[in-house]
Ligand binder design. Structure first.
Ligand code: SF4
Ligand code: SF4
Length: 163
């Protein structure tokens, strides 16, 4: 298993691909699906517990979360409970949207333009906030849904900067 992300401080799409975390484009084109980016074997499993469809499994508490892309319907429950902000939802059906866990306040407003940032924090374009789901009492993160201009962005945008 590659550990280059520990030196760089962020993981690359290629490393995620190598570890089997990347949903196939044909699945993403069918509708929303989770994109889990959790490469470290740490004792954590709220995502497994949160999924009502049994789409996430793990071999023991230190295992890596494994997603059955076909069982997942992109509901976002796992995104809200992940303490590592390591789960995103991507969707290429109708329009390109990325659901991002978001803990910073104030939350961006629906309809506002935001800067799209990749895993390394690099500016990779502009998007528009199409929905904001606030954290609830029993969840951890809010979710900001951003419409992005290209399918490419679904695999690279992992944060936003409010402008
Ligand atoms: S998005 Fe919903 S269905 Fe998919 S893994 Fe997360 S909780 Fe399960
Ligand atoms: S809840 Fe988040 S950090 Fe914990 S195992 Fe699941 S994806 Fe990883």
């Amino acid at each position: 298993m590659t550990l280059g992300y520990l030196e760089k401080g962020y993981i690359t799409l290629e490393e995620l691909q190598e570890m089997g975390f990347v949903p196939p484009p044909e699945r993403v084109r069918k509708g929303p699906v989770a994109f889990i980016e959790c490469p470290q074997e740490i004792p954590c499993n709220p995502c497994v517990e949160a999924c009502p469809y049994g789409a996430i499994t793990m071999e023991g508490i230190n295992g890596l979360p494994r997603l059955d892309f076909e069982k997942c319907n992109g509901c976002g429950r796992c995104v809200k409970v992940c303490p590592g902000l390591a789960i995103f939802i991507v969707n290429a059906r109708g329009r390109y949207t990325v659901w991002l866990p978001h803990e910073m306040l104030p939350l961006p407003e629906r309809g506002s333009e935001v800067v799209l940032l990749d895993r390394s924090g690099r500016d990779v374009g502009r998007g528009r906030v199409v929905a904001v789901m606030s954290a609830e009492e029993n969840t951890r993160s809010s979710i900001v849904v951003v419409e992005v201009p290209e399918e490419w962005h679904l695999y690279h945008v992992r944060a936003i900067r409010v402008v």
